[in-house]
Design a binder for this molecule. Structure first.
Ligand SMILES: Nc1ncnc2c1ncn2[C@@H]1O[C@H](COP(=O)(O)OP(=O)(O)OP(=O)(O)O)[C@@H](O)[C@H]1O
Length: 615
């Protein structure tokens, strides 16, 4: 397996990205952060210098006796040192609080920008893109313990003052010897950068294998989530799952062991530089003291400055968190950049009543991203507004793909789709969305209240309880909802206290009510993809009959394998290989004696034993 790819100055760029984002959270708080950073560095340094000077002043003060100028100076130095110490402690606490606050808001900012970015592309193609999903996995980990950007800000809050303090101590030592001062000034950043580069290399292994980790996490989720739990138990898959998970996990750990070690070269470099410089400085200072080249007081200041150098936390958790916590930040921003490219300009205005005349597929081609085969090929289809159309065809014929294109979830790779002559590719997606109501085969069972599950069809009308009942009654679920512990406010999930789950058919009725709610809110096109697969044949026929009454005058497109539903549509098209191969109403197609007639007769014969269920 390839080692993590390295990039120049990745850690520096990541930290810079964090720093650049801080003013976007709050300029005043960022200014405060900068000010407390300087004070957190300056006050301990002032205390260090005062202490050194005090040590130097004590012999003279003792000789001169109490009340002397020398004694007064010594007391002044003591006072200054104590004041700097106390103030330093206070400022440090304040500084940490500001950092914590900024860090927490940075995570919120990143999460918000991430959600906005993911929602930005019109369709859902990006959510099936491997690279985007790998980045999204990293972004999803933002709240995970060791890579929190919040910790990066706290790391920065700790390290920046230490850095300034070390620079100040270097300046103090420069008074003793310019070269020694300069050497320390260069040594610390070098040591720090070397350590950060190593932490970054280690940290990157956590991100670089995002795709593999997605697979491992999928296996774990299969084992611990309720939805697949039934099959996992029925098929006895737990052993297989654990075995596969363990193998992938061990493989990852072996990889980590290989790549997540700090490099011995860095350790030798860091220890070597510090050792040589410390010994050289100490020897030079002691020599200068012994030969009398430097006064005792000054010597004390220099020695304290030398010890201050080691306040610097280049090697501890703080330094590691600075890189680990800031590394995901550029990745989230990269995701933002990548998804911005998915936006498209609005070039056409959708007529207010569209579609009032027709919806047209004009020579539409479509292939899923990354697929080499077109699922829709040169499709021409005009759907008259205000009529019902049923789409039939064998599995994989392209029926769902066709309605996904109409719903704007994907864009045609060729041709165009128009509403009253306006190309949908150029209209504001939000405007088109308000004209549509769609219920897909794999509709979502929101683990939220009944009210949410229904009003998500038109969230701006969530408070209109009368409208909710109007959507529920034709679906025959009002009595069911009223019998639930909290009525419309009951959570539809047994994973929450007071919540309840529903049967497959009941869920389908809830989802249909959601689609109907959107219709009542003004949607003009209703797409139903296998709307009643979970209902028994008679219930489906009754329900669809109701639907046709309620949706009269609406443009309705229904996909179904049930001919009891299909035959009631004004028009039926048979799709094969992404093209229309038969077109007409039920009687036309039966008279044609083609695929429709064949499939209808087959289903009718199968159900013949149960006369009331005949199509
Ligand atoms: N997200 C996707 N990415 C890649 N290929 C896809 C995707 N969704 C569907 N396909 C492929 O597109 C083809 C048409 O699928 P589609 O769902 O439109 O068929 P369908 O007619 O609705 O079938 P069914 O009756 O089984 O629901 C299938 O071959 C399927 O494998």
């Amino acid at each position: 397996m390839a080692p993590p790819e390295t990039r120049r100055f990745e850690s520096g760029r990541a930290v810079l990205a964090v720093v650049r984002l801080l003013p976007r959270i709050s300029r005043p708080r960022t200014a405060l952060f900068a000010a407390t950073t300087v004070l957190t560095a300056a006050l301990p340094l002032a205390m260090t210098i005062a202490t050194g000077l005090l040590i130097g002043a004590v012999p003279a003060a003792a000789a001169a006796g109490p009340g002397s100028t020398e004694a007064r100076d010594a007391y002044l130095l003591l006072g200054a040192g104590v004041a700097a110490l106390l103030l330093g402690r206070l400022v440090t606490h304040f500084h940490q609080a500001v950092a914590f606050n900024l860090g927490r808001d940075l995570e919120l900012l990143l999460q918000d920008r991430l959600l906005a970015a993911v929602a930005r592309p019109v369709g859902i193609t990006h959510l099936e893109d491997d690279d985007v999903l790998a980045l999204l996995r990293i972004a999803r980990q933002l709240g995970a313990d060791f890579i929190r950007p919040e910790r990066a800000v706290r790391g920065l809050a700790a390290i920046a003052p230490e850095f300034l303090m070390a620079a100040g101590a270097s300046a103090v030592l420069a008074f003793f010897n310019v070269w020694i001062g300069l050497a320390w000034l260069v040594a610390w950043p070098a040591v720090f950068i070397a350590m950060q580069a190593d932490y970054t290399r280690v940290g990157r292994t956590a991100y670089m294998r995002s795709t593999e980790m997605r697979e491992t996490e999928y296996l774990r989720d299969l084992a611990i989530t309720a939805a697949p739990a039934k099959e996992i138990r029925v098929w006895g898959l737990m052993g297989w799952l654990m075995d596969r998970y363990d193998r992938q996990w061990n493989d990852r750990m072996a990889y980590s062991d290989r790549h997540q070690r700090l490099s011995p070269r860095t350790a030798v470099f860091v220890i070597g530089v510090l050792l040589v410089l410390t010994v050289a400085t100490a020897v030079a200072l002691v020599n200068a003291g012994l030969t009398g080249a430097v006064a005792f007081g000054a010597l004390a200041v220099y020695l304290v400055a030398l010890t201050t150098m080691f306040e610097f936390s280049a090697f501890d958790d703080t330094a590691a968190f600075l890189s680990l916590g800031s590394l995901p930040v550029p990745k989230v921003l990269a995701l933002e950049g990548e998804l911005t490219e998915g936006e498209r300009p609005v070039t056409a205005e959708l007529p207010p009543a569209a579609p009032a005349r027709s919806l047209r597929f004009e020579a539409v081609d479509f292939a899923y991203p990354g697929a080499d085969r077109a699922v829709i090929a040169g499709l021409d289809l005009e759907i008259e507004a205000g009529t019902s159309l049923a789409i039939v065809g064998h599995n994989g014929a392209g029926k769902t793909s066709l309605v996904k294109l109409l719903a704007g979830l994907y864009e045609p790779t060729g041709g165009r789709i128009t509403a009253d002559g306006t190309d949908l590719a150029g209209v504001d997606p939000a405007a088109w969305r308000t004209r549509l109501s769609a219920l897909f085969q794999d509709f979502t069972r929101y683990q939220l209240t009944v009210r949410d599950n229904i009003t998500f069809g038109a969230p701006h009308l969530a408070g209109d309880t009368d409208l909710i009942w109007k959507a529920c009654e034709p679906m025959g679920i009002r009595a069911l909802i009223e019998s639930l512990p909290d009525g419309l406010d009951t959570v539809l999930s047994s994973e929450y206290g007071g919540g309840t789950d529903l049967s497959g058919g009941q869920w389908q009725r809830i989802a249909l009510a959601r689609a109907l709610f959107a219709v009542q809110a003004g949607a003009k096109v209703l797409i139903l993809d296998e709307p009643a697969a979970a209902l028994d044949v008679r219930a489906e026929a009754e329900l669809y009959e109701q639907f046709l009454d309620i949706t009269a005058g609406l443009t309705t497109i229904v996909i179904s394998h049930r001919f009891s539903t299909v035959r009631r549509a004004d028009r039926i098209v048979v799709l094969d290989g992404g093209r229309v191969v038969e077109d007409g109403d039920h009687d036309d197609l039966m008279a044609l004696g083609g695929r429709y007639a064949e499939a209808f007769t087959l289903q009718a014969n199968r159900l013949a034993r149960s006369p009331q269920e005949q199509p």
